[in-house]
Structures are given as C-alpha cells and as structure tokens.
Design a binder for this molecule. Structure first.
Ligand code: NAD
Length: 493
C-alpha cells in the first residue's frame, strides 16, 4: 500500500457496528459508544455496547450452539476447513483489518499488516491444521479393562482482550477454543472494537455456525464483569492488566468456579553484559520498548546494563530514540504511531512526571508531541540511573518509557531482573554460553530471549509466571485451557 492508499482506505473502510449474537448483528441495549481515533481525536464510528442482558443473550446462544453439537460435534476435519477458510478471508481483507487497527488504536497500518494480520492469518490456519492431528490416549491397564483418556471441549469460553494488539490477542484465544469445539463470546476492548467486528464478520462468511462465535462490545465493568460472573460460562481467557485479571479470579470465585486463564502485565528487562554484541543488544533493547509505542505486555521497559558499558549502550539507545519519533500511523514510513487514547497519554505522562521526582535522570522525551493534530503522540522517553526500588522500575507504564539501571556483577543482574512482581519475559545479552544458560535458568519469567527479543513461533508457548499470570497462549499447550480430560473405564469380559 502507498501512503495515499492507506488514507483513502481509511476514508471508505466499512465494518459492522452491532453485537454479534446467535449469528446476527443486533443493537445492544447498553447504549451507543463513540470510537475516537488517537490519530486526530476525531470520532470514527459509533458502535453498540452490550448491557448485562445482552451478555446473557450471547452466552445463552453460545450454550445452545455448544449443547446441540452444531460445532462441538463436527469432526476435527470439518472444523479445520472452516478455520482455514476464515484465515484465507482474513488474508483477502488484510488491508481493511490493518487500517481499522491503525484508526482505532494508532499503530502504524504497515505494522498492523506485517505483524498483527500475519499472526491472525497464521494462528487460524495453525490451530485449524493442528486439531485433526491431536490424538487421545489409551494407557496400558489390566487385560480385563480398557481405559480411554480423551480431551473434551470445555464448553462456553469468554475471551476478554485488550486494545494493544486487538486482533492478535483475540485470535490467540478464539482459534484454539474453536478448534477444540468450544463456543466463544469475545469481548474486545472499549477502544478497539472495529477490527474485531470485521474479523467476526469474516468468521460468519467462512461458515462458523450461528451462535458459535458471539461478540459483545462493551465496558469492562459491564460486559466484561457480566461474562466473568456468568453462571453459564465455563472458561474465561483474559489478556489485560494484572488488576483486572485479579478481578476475574474474584468473579469466578463468587460465581461458578469457572476456570480463569490470565495473561497479564509485565516489567521485562534486557540484561546486557560487557561481552555482548553491544550495538545489536542496545538497539534491540531500544526497539523492544519503543515498538507499538511501548504498549506491549513484553515491552523491554527496564534496561539493566553492566556499569562498564553503560555509556556505549546509552549512545545507541538515544540514537534509536531520536530515530523513532511518533507520527501519523497512516503514513508509510512512520516508525511509531500514537498511544491508544488521550486518557492513556495522560496516564503515561503522569507516571513520567512522578518519575521526575524519583532518582532517575530524564535524558530524552517526557512531553507529548504533535498536540496541534488533536492526536495522542508521546515520544520515546528515557530515564537513566533509575533506582530499582523506584516506582518507574516497578510499575508497568505501558508507554514508550525506558528505565535504565546499572549492575556490577551477574548476581546483581539476576536479582534486579527478578525484582518486580511480574514474570513475563526477559532478555539476556552475552556471548558467553555458560553465562547465557546460567542466567536464563535463574530468571523467574515465562519467556527468556538470549541475544534476541520478541522471537516467537506458533509452535512455541507464550505466557508468564508470578503476577504476569499463568496458562499459555500459542502452541498445542493452548489447547489445555479449553479442554477437559475425561477418563472412561470399560470392563471387559
Ligand atoms: P485492561 O485490564 O484495562 O482491560 C482488558 C480487558 O478487560 C478490556 O476488554 C476491558 O474492557 C476489560 N475490563 C476492564 N475492567 C474490567 C472489569 N472491571 N471487569 C471485567 N472486565 C474488565 O487492560 P488494557 O488497558 O486493555 O491492556 C493493557 C494491559 O494488558 C497491560 O497490563 C498489558 O501488559 C496487558 N497485556 C498482557 C498480555 C499478555 O499476553 N500477558 C498481552 C497484551 C497486553
């Protein structure tokens, strides 16, 4: 796409604006909600929001679909064909899906196309292709018995997702849940319903039967909570903040003990040792916090650097910061788009202002830019010499804000890296194999990268430990979240 193509497409792209319940687009009773673009503060659409009543209709439709077997009883091969068709339709409509993500949450359309949509297309195909190759088990029991160990779909799944990767987070949940035969109610984030609505329309076109995939746009406190407390939801799969993840566990405890799979926040560290490829380590570390305007659970928001290489690393980091200034996400060469909303920009800036009163030294950034556009643009912001106990080093900012801290030796590096409530990911930069393995083993995180960052593949699970949550997205391990294991004993004569 050229620059003018993205802008022209933004002006004419269409999407549903209702709720998807039982295979039909309907108006919700939770009012109309304006979707505001962070590019310029303009209203780009109005969508219907769900009340608790609408959520109940959506869950009942998912339950009916599950119980009558229109999807859950289909052979894995039939489900696969539909998921693969859906993947193909997403590829055909990739431009529209990309531009909607750029409009609603401000990431560069080019990146949405190359990264998010690629994930969507591949994930639907991968889980579709995988599901007729997953076999059940027959253990070796006594000769006069036969025991079957079978995975069964868990039932009705509520998928509640954030706005930072609106479609990637949705497909990581929806694809494995549908592949095993569950029915799904998807709740997109308030800020980013548009791409999810088009995504769901393509599911209908692909042949997902009515009621098997429902979408309830809505407020977290209303639609999200109603799903969390619903007595007929069997599984909640959630990506979002640690605070809201904890609420879903409360909702489950106060309702039907539904299973909750939380994928939560992070405060990930790049740990750079003196024997690393410094240029690569420093520029990758900078990219890991500036990508998606720092709005990533895995954002490398802490840089732990050995004191002997601090100055050299910082030169690279500051150069990368200067080269990653935010701009209009519909322009082809914009390195960084907006943050998601004016309210989120205010939150980020408040955390930066607070950090000014802490120990760190602000080296670059720290003020909103391009305010004349009416949009929400925040530049790469770097604090140096941050004390590890500062709030800036402990709390997730969810913006392009980096906290740099030095360490003296390996033991201190590991202690600092592990020194937050989070445990999502970390990267180790060293050319010493022994050190790479030692440090990787000592890091209390779900994902370790050695001499790389954000490496990933659908065959490899993704998720955290500690207060970054539990359960895994991607890979065959994701199927565990949406299946129950049933054992059947048969006595033989
Ligand atoms: P959020 O927790 O505010 O919202 C996530 C979802 O929960 C939204 O759909 C929202 O409407 C809903 N929600 C909000 N309050 C609710 C409530 N009281 N009851 C029920 N539902 C409610 O998160 P966000 O601001 O949309 O996203 C940013 C967060 O997501 C960050 O903390 C980030 O680290 C995390 N995240 C984690 C991963 C991961 O895989 N671990 C991936 C992406 C984002």
């Amino acid at each position: 796409m050229t620059v003018t193509d993205w802008q022209a497409l933004a002006a004419r792209v269409t999407h549903p604006s209702g709720l998807l319940i039982d295979g039909a687009w309907v108006d919700g009773t939770g009012g109309r909600h304006s979707v505001i673009s962070p590019i310029d503060g303009a209203m780009i659409a109005e969508v219907s929001f769900a009340s608790e009543y609408d959520v109940d209709l959506a869950v009942m439709s998912a339950r009916r679909a599950f119980e009558d077997g229109r999807w859950s009883h289909k052979s894995p091969l039939e489900r696969k064909e539909i998921l693969v068709r859906w993947s193909e339709l997403c590829a055909e409509h990739s431009d529209e899906l990309a531009v909607l993500q750029a409009l609603e949450m401000g990431k560069p359309a080019r990146e949405a196309q190359a990264v998010d949509n690629r994930a969507v297309i591949r994930t639907l195909r991968w889980f579709g292709e995988a599901i007729d190759k997953v076999l059940d088990e027959i253990p070796n029991t006594a000769r006069n018995s036969l025991a079957l160990i079978q995975r069964e779909p868990a039932g009705v799944v509520a998928a509640i997702v954030p706005w930072n990767f609106p479609l990637t987070m949705a497909v990581w949940k929806v694809a494995p849940a549908l592949a095993v035969g569950c029915s799904v109610v998807l709740k997109p984030a308030e800020a980013s319903p548009l791409s999810a609505l088009l995504f769901a329309q393509l599911a209908l076109e692909a042949g997902i039967p009515d009621g098997v995939l429902n979408v309830v746009n809505g407020h977290g406190q209303v639609a999200g909570q109603a799903l969390g407390r619903h007595m007929d939801v069997d599984v909640v799969t959630f990506t979002g903040s640690t605070a809201v993840g904890a609420k879903f566990m409360e909702y489950a405890a106060q309702s039907n003990l539904k299973r909750v799979w939380p994928e939560l926040g992070g405060k990930s560290a790049n740990v750079i040792f003196p024997d690393a490829d410094i240029a690569k380590a420093a520029s990758t570390a900078a990219g890991s916090i500036f990508y998606n305007a720092g709005q990533m659970c895995t954002a490398g928001s802490r840089l732990l650097v050995h004191e002997s290489i601090h100055d050299e690393v910082m030169e690279h980091v500051l150069r990368a910061a200067a080269e990653t200034q935010p701009g209009n996400p519909l322009l082809a060469d914009t390195p960084m788009g907006t943050v998601v909303s004016a309210a989120h920009l205010t939150r980020i800036h408040a955390m930066v202002e607070r950090a000014r009163g802490e120990s760190g030294e602000l080296l670059t950034g720290g003020e909103a830019v391009l305010q004349e556009t009416g949009g929400s643009y925040y530049p790469p912001t770097v604090f140096d010499h941050v004390d590890p106990s500062d709030l800036l080093a402990q709390e997730e900012v969810f913006g392009p804000v980096l906290a740099v801290t030095t360490f003296a030796d390996e033991a201190e590096a590991v202690r600092l890296a592990n020194g937050t409530q989070y445990g999502l990911a970390s990267a180790v930069w060293t050319c010493d194999l022994d050190r790479a393995v030692r440090v990787s083993r000592d890091l209390r995180v779900g994902v370790v990268w050695v001499n790389c960052y954000e490496e990933g593949d659908l065959t490899v699970p993704f998720g955290g430990v500690k207060q970054s949550g539990f359960g895994r997205d991607k890979s065959l391990h994701a199927l565990d979240k949406f299946t129950d294991i049933k054992t059947t004993w048969i006595e033989l004569a």
